[in-house]
Design a binder for this molecule. Sequence first.
Ligand code: ADP
Length: 256
Amino acid sequence: VYTNPIKSADIKVQNAGGVITLHNVTSVKKLEQIRTEFVSNVTHELKTPLTSIRGFVETLKDGAIEDTAVAIKFLDIIDIEAERLYHLINDILQLSEIEIMRNDEHVSPNSLNLIVDDVVQLLEASANKKNIKLEVNIETDILICINKYRIKQMLINLIDNAIKYNVENGAVFITASKSKGTTTISVKDTGIGIPQIHHSRIFERFYRVDKGRSRNMGGTGLGLSIVKHIINLYNGDISVISEPGKGTEFIIRLPL
Ligand code: ADP
């Protein structure tokens, strides 16, 4: 075992056994930096709704409660902020759960068609509110050996975004096909689109193209990051095609 005092990073060499473990100081530092940034982002994201809740409670206690109409408005805001906190905590927990998970590819085959039907049913009500059509087109029965809760979560996040960032009377097209050992899933919308300069960053934790819009829609800034983590877990990949004002398409490729 050799410890390099200059780099102050552990370099373990067990030559006799043929195992060499090198910890590069730059990657260790980078990981530390990512973790610190994440904690500071989480703190900020949790504090924002909490500060708002405390502010409105204070104002109510100071007398606003006497005016029923104002009180109801403030209570509604408190309710929305509390819900935001709930979603945020849920997403943070999910993300850390996926991070420590291993590829559980030994799960029994699940029908992608049934999973998509489930998700569409779940999100139909929010699509109806904006009169958005959810169109599914899966060419054949597709079986995937992936934990069905993970694939469901991934589809919920993508389709939920496709509704959130869509226009009134818009549409969301969900298609899937398989060929040569790969399942391809596409979620395409007719929404506001994403400018090219943001494409490479939208999968980062807490990255939002438009902070205000995301918050107004109840977004946590973690949805796509969760999607990306799930896809990485199964050695798949995701790409985005999008143009402002025209819509967005996310394409996922997963090994069968
Ligand atoms: P959020 O909770 O803010 O929606 P996500 O991680 O799901 O966070 O997405 C990151 C950002 O990417 C969003 O804030 C939004 O700006 C953009 N985005 C994601 N999906 C879409 C979409 N279908 N259409 C337009 N913009 C999108």
